[in-house]
Design a protein around this ligand. Structure first.
Ligand code: BJW
Ligand code: ZN
Length: 245
């Protein structure tokens, strides 16, 4: 049970902030029915996500990796944004250009909730990238008619337009995320295990530059000790409480 005083403190910090940023992870979409990576339901056919979200896995067996993504695309297509996504969209409505949302999620639910200032650190599950000609396009078909999908321009093998382990994050997006972390007065970190880098370095960066960190998570994380306020619970319940007017 979270004391009302903690909710009140978070509300005061947000009300007094010139700039706010939020970093989200898979936990914010858990209440929409999308499994997290490291929690219950994160396993697919007994594979760990860490063994599938790599260029090596794709090189070894593109079909297997695509089957996993096709399954997740199906879940996401059926899902709807939850109150946590909507609360962050409302915060952007209130703060405009003084708010930035940084997400590790590839599910697009923040956009579907109305957020527009979204930095997608790990790409988007609806994007495809041609391994032969580099063409990037969007494909919303569920399920995909052919696995692995082929490039309409050159017939090359397509891969999901996401960032796997060992791959660099999109450079401009990362620069903007660092800038948002350095310039915010409050950083909300919601629904991430804070173990995947470089995303996990944004909270320490924000703190070094003077921001207060509010962590919202059902569990303790490696970030919890450095957070100024830890709100233990579901983001779909807590984000509306700290954001709604
Ligand atoms: C709730 C809730 C509810 C549940 N309410 N909460 C420094 C140190 C150590 C290692 C490294 C380092 N720097 C780089 C590395 C290596 C690696 C890394 O971090 N490894 C660690 C795991 C050890 N990083 C990389 O490889 C990155 N690239 C890189 O660094 O490149 C360097 C380079 C530079 C130049 C050239 C070349 C290379 C890339 C990382 C890419 C991660 N990709 C994935 C897949 C994306 C596509 C896809 O979705 O398929 O991103 S992996 C996966 O993990 C996904 C996620 O975005 C990411 C983070 O997971 P997240 O969101 O935190 O989810 P969970 O499941 O872990 O946590 C959910 C949380 O929610 C839990 O805490 C729950 O308690 C909570 N929760 N319900 C609130 N209702
Ligand atoms: Zn191509």
């Amino acid at each position: 049970m979270i004391p009302d005083s903690d909710i009140q403190t978070a509300r005061e910090w947000l009300a007094g902030a010139s700039r706010v940023a939020a970093l989200t992870g898979a936990g914010i979409s858990a209440e929409s029915g999308i499994p997290t990576f490291r929690g219950p339901g994160g396993l697919w056919r007994n594979f760990r996500p860490e063994d599938l979200a790599t260029p090596e896995a794709f090189h070894r067996d593109p079909n297997l990796v695509w089957e996993w993504y096709d399954w997740r695309r199906g879940l996401i297509a059926q899902a709807r944004p939850n109150l946590g996504h909507y609360a962050l969209a409302e915060l952007e409505q209130k703060m405009g250009g003084r708010f930035m949302l940084i997400t590790q999620n590839v599910d697009g639910l923040h956009n579907r909730a109305g957020s527009q200032r979204v930095l997608k650190l790990h790409g988007d599950i609806w994007w495809t990238l041609c391994t032969a000609c580099g063409d990037v396009t969007s494909d919303y078909r569920v399920p995909l008619p052919e696995l692995p999908p082929r490039c309409a321009k050159c017939g090359g093998l397509l891969r999901p337009g996401v960032v796997w382990f060992g791959e660099a994050l999109p450079a401009r997006t990362w620069e903007q995320a660092e800038e948002a972390a350095r310039s915010c007065d409050v950083l909300i970190v919601a629904g991430t295990s804070a173990v995947v880098y470089p995303a996990a370095s944004l909270a320490p960066l924000a703190k070094r530059y003077g921001a207060r960190i509010i962590e919202i998570n059902t569990e303790e994380t490696p970030l919890s000790g450095a957070a100024d306020l830890c709100l233990r619970g579901a983001s779909g319940e807590l984000l509306p409480r700290i954001i709604a007017s």
